[in-house]
Design a protein around this ligand. Structure first.
Ligand code: 6PG
Ligand code: NI
Length: 191
């Protein structure tokens, strides 16, 4: 199946390769380059310089063919490359699900973290292979690569949840994640 199937879909098996971080059959794959992350890194000049300097791929999202439709349960694997922009670890854009519903992430490879923000409280979960991170309804979520290799995780989410990226641009994510000499540190969002 080269693309999302049209609902109603029939039962089918999805081959999940945790080692290779792939789903088969494949649905659409999304590529997010540095230019797609406008307004998200604290240092705008460093972000702009990275866009001008080759506009690297920051992460990819490979989906299974289950459609993003109400009552369906799509899955995807996100792989975030290792990198920093003015010290800030490479990350996903982050979003809120407008139809507040829960979601789970299963870490597959590398070392990452799950940053969540409800507009008031901020939470951080260390994500290493085998960890399931639970995102409760109403919490914006962003994944961050804090390790030395690509970080991959499987996401399973309600197909009717929707994706609101404007919420994060408006409200932030509570913290920023910076690489330090011996690891990483959570800093205030404004820093
Ligand atoms: C989702 C999941 C997940 C997420 C990707 C990319 O709701 O679909 O949270 O698949 O979309 O990890 O992150 P962004 O959507 O924030 O770019
Ligand atoms: Ni989500």
């Amino acid at each position: 199946m080269p693309d999302f199937a049209t609902p109603p879909i029939s039962p089918f098996a999805i081959r999940f390769d945790a080692e290779a971080a792939t789903l088969s059959p494949e649905g659409p794959t999304l590529e997010r380059r540095m230019s797609d992350l406008e307004g998200l890194f604290a240092d705008h000049d460093a972000w702009q310089a990275a866009v001008a300097d080759g506009d690297p791929v920051v992460y990819r999202v490979q989906s299974s063919p289950v459609p993003e439709a109400d009552r369906e349960l799509p899955q995807s694997i996100t792989t975030i490359e290792r990198g920093t922009t003015a010290g800030e670890c490479w990350m996903t854009k982050g979003h809120q699900h407008p139809n507040h519903q829960g979601e789970i992430y299963l870490a597959l490879h590398g070392t990452g973290g799950l940053l969540m923000f409800d507009g008031d409280r901020v939470e951080w979960l260390d994500m290493t292979p085998g960890t399931i991170g639970y995102i409760p309804p109403g919490w914006a979520h962003r994944s961050v690569n804090v390790g030395d290799e690509p970080y991959s995780f499987l996401a399973v989410y309600p197909g009717g949840a929707g994706h609101d990226y404007g919420w994060v641009l408006e409200h932030g994510m509570g913290n920023r994640i910076h690489r330090t000499g011996d690891g990483f540190a959570l800093r205030p969002y404004s820093a």
